[in-house]
Design a protein around this ligand. Structure first.
Ligand SMILES: N[C@@H](CCC(=O)N[C@@H](CS)C(=O)NCC(=O)O)C(=O)O
Length: 206
């Protein structure tokens, strides 16, 4: 299997982290995303929506980050959707995608006041929701192990930090617990040079 991804892309990072935690043998292929590869007919044949990541599997291309991870989990071993925790894990995965990664991803590229206001409002509520879910002292959203519930939040906390979007202290402590894991640390380190290099392209749109 081969994952077409980019170390800067938040949804790519979510899937690459999931694969790293699961220990799947998947070749990671870095797309020339900044050079326009997502718009090519060859890439559109893999994902008609032109978005990364995409997993090339023996059953054909699979896109949508959660669908890719569910595909891998269905084939075992169960690692990101532990028995008895599936509903909770899927719920926080949805919260993380819609209210953290999407608004932060938009603000990452478009530094308009509107994009910043939306990112602040959405992430502010999402951090409160996650804070309440962690308030019983659990290490991660589903307990002692990192699961699907935590992946978008982990990537989002890093993007919020790079884009100077406020993150509450309880979430910063959660982020520290997440990034103590070598797979999550490697994801941050892989993204960092691209975050820096793309800064001149990430400006307020006219
Ligand atoms: N819902 C999709 C979102 C994927 C997505 O938005 N990917 C971004 C990179 S993080 C992308 O490919 N953006 C390029 C574009 O929209 O042209 C998923 O979960 O995989």
């Amino acid at each position: 299997m081969r994952l077409h991804y980019h170390p800067l892309s938040s949804y790519s990072r979510k899937v690459a982290i999931g694969i790293g935690l699961r220990g799947d043998s998947v070749e990671l292929r870095v797309l020339d995303a900044l050079g326009g590869e997502l718009k090519t007919p060859a890439f559109r044949a893999l994902n008609p929506f032109g978005k990364m990541p995409v997993l090339e599997s023996k059953e054909g291309p699979i896109y949508e980050s959660t669908s890719i991870l569910e595909y891998l989990e269905e084939r075992g071993p169960r690692r990101l959707l532990p028995a008895g925790q599936e509903r909770r894990a899927r719920h926080f995965d949805r919260v993380g995608d819609h209210y953290l990664l999407d608004p932060l991803g938009a603000y990452f590229w478009d530094k308009s006041d509107a994009a910043r206001d939306k990112a602040l409002a959405r992430t502010g509520t999402a951090w409160e929701v996650l804070g309440r879910a962690l308030a019983d002292g659990r290490k991660f959203l589903c307990g002692d192990e990192i699961t699907l519930a935590d992946l978008s939040a982990a990537v989002a906390a890093h993007i919020a930090e790079t884009e100077e979007v406020p993150v509450p202290d309880d979430i910063l402590r959660y982020q520290e617990r997440l990034e103590a894991h070598p797979v999550l640390r490697a994801s941050r380190e892989g993204a960092a040079p691209f975050v820096e290099a793309t800064k001149p392209r990430r400006v307020k749109k006219p």
